[in-house]
Design a protein around this ligand. Sequence first.
Ligand SMILES: Nc1nc2c(ncn2[C@@H]2O[C@H](COP(=O)(O)OP(=O)(O)O)[C@@H](O)[C@H]2O)c(=O)[nH]1
Ligand SMILES: [Mg+2]
Ligand SMILES: [Zn+2]
Length: 319
Amino acid sequence: MAKPPRAIAKGSIATGAAQRDGLVIASHGRHCLVETPEGERLICHPRGKKSQAVVGDRVKWQASEDEGTIEKIEPRRNLFYRQDEIRTKSFAANLDHVLILIAAEPEFSEHQLARALIAAEAAGITPIIALNKSDLAGPFERAWARLAPYRRMHHGVLPLSLKASGDVDRASLMKLLAGKSTLVLGPSGAGKSTLINLLVPSASALTNEISYALNSGKHTTTSTTWYWVDAERTTGLIDSPGFQEFGLHHIAPMQLASLMPDIAAHANECKFYNCTHLHEPGCGVISNLESTGSEDGINSTRYRIYGELFSELSQKRYT
Ligand SMILES: Nc1nc2c(ncn2[C@@H]2O[C@H](COP(=O)(O)OP(=O)(O)O)[C@@H](O)[C@H]2O)c(=O)[nH]1
Ligand SMILES: [Mg+2]
Ligand SMILES: [Zn+2]
């Protein structure tokens, strides 16, 4: 069970020159909220123009009056981010999982799903797909069928009914998430808030408190926020907006096949080592397409997404 929200320290943390450890649990603009190993929380600012800390970062901070300064960001194990033509948006660092939550309704975009999965693979973070609202029988059945190629991939798809069978879902989610740090991503309406509230009953109160603290008294929509699921603070859940427009401009076109497990499975069977899998003779991917009648072949929508992403990622390489 989660602890009640801890108050955000205002001048209660001893000042001094010593650098202390902390975990970034929320950020807004250049400010962030840092949690100490003892569970105290305080607002910290970056020192000078140093790079921005993101949620999940381990930092060294130093007290300054009632707030703190981030002196150092510890090396990251990984960083989950998206990149469009102009800007990079970092979601979080040091993750074990990205949990992509979609639902029977509203209908999910397979492109967005594919993109999020590719970004997770590129960052070396294990993706988990969960399909919510299994109580909506017809739509669920259709969505489940659309997910057939994803169910065959290494991580499978977890069916959920967060509203109807919360206790069962809580147990199956905890089996996957216990002791890990997990970023929850998904389109609006999929049930992200329902999931967070199921695992962290104090989440909404905490969100209000954090957004209030970070916006100097104004209530605005919070950005990415870290929640502890357990009192021992071993299981972290990170809520983040921004599933739409999932830019992959940090990925090279020739890297793409290796980040799509169903395509990667046949990419070493090609005649040419630099095969793009788009048109080459002797291509292991093309000869294993479902459309060629290959048993257990590569799904045609997945292959179409590969082709579209390949050309999108090739076009921006004009510099
Ligand atoms: N039928 C059904 N509705 C659900 C389920 N889980 C969540 N919802 C509803 O779906 C809507 C969107 O949920 P919410 O958690 O706000 O989604 P978010 O936008 O991803 O945060 C709400 O009306 C929820 O009550 C479920 O398992 N079944
Ligand atoms: Mg929500
Ligand atoms: Zn090929």
